[in-house]
Design a protein. Sequence first.
Length: 263
Amino acid sequence: METKKTVWITGASSGIGEALAKAFSAEGNQVILSSRNGQELERVRQSCAFPEKCFVVTLDLADPDSLDAAAKTVLEKFGYVDMLINNGGISQRSLVAETPLDIDRKIMQVDYFSGVQLAKAVLPSMLERKTGHFVAISSIVGVFGFPQRSAYSAAKHAMHGFYETLRAENEADGIRVTVVCPGRILTNVSLHALRADGHEYGIMDHAQANGISAEECAARILKAIRKNKKEIYVCRKDVLMVYFRRYIPALYYKLVSKVQPNL
């Protein structure tokens, strides 16, 4: 990136968020690192190329009050952010029939409403400056339904509707939006996914373990940001389900009802 930016990344304590933090820092940008785990955020900060230009702001995506406090801290300290990367989230491993509504609500809060809240917090300063970029980390199941991911898939579908509207309303004012749809990436997402009882799944999915590295995923995201891509898929063969759903829906419906989702 030619001009150094102030970049705010949620879910920055591991996985894709950590890889993005290191990639943006390596380019000399000012990076704000956020998640619940301050100790891990400090570890990430120290491992960045320019730790003195990285700042830790803890928050809890499940707690709207903490999001307001974090946004206030960021805007008071920096005045604005050039780029908000809503990356933090939580996945799911439970059937619709066995999942209580409070789990659906929690996943929607963490994966959808938290990002909306932060986007609305920083949008006014972006509009005032006539520049800004939102990067929403969705999922390929944000474009099709998938077994044991009902709330997760719904939250990601909602992200697409929100950010596409945000782009349409504000593109003329210099606001850019990139929606990223990762497939199977080697992160701890399956370990921390919620079961129906609210406990973590605690198992590394086989496909996840053999997925694209977080570093490669981050590199592809940076490339898409530079090119102002509106939507990208970071996948291997799993991207075929996207195209089956779009162009051969009968095949998609046949396959998705038979898939073993956690393998």
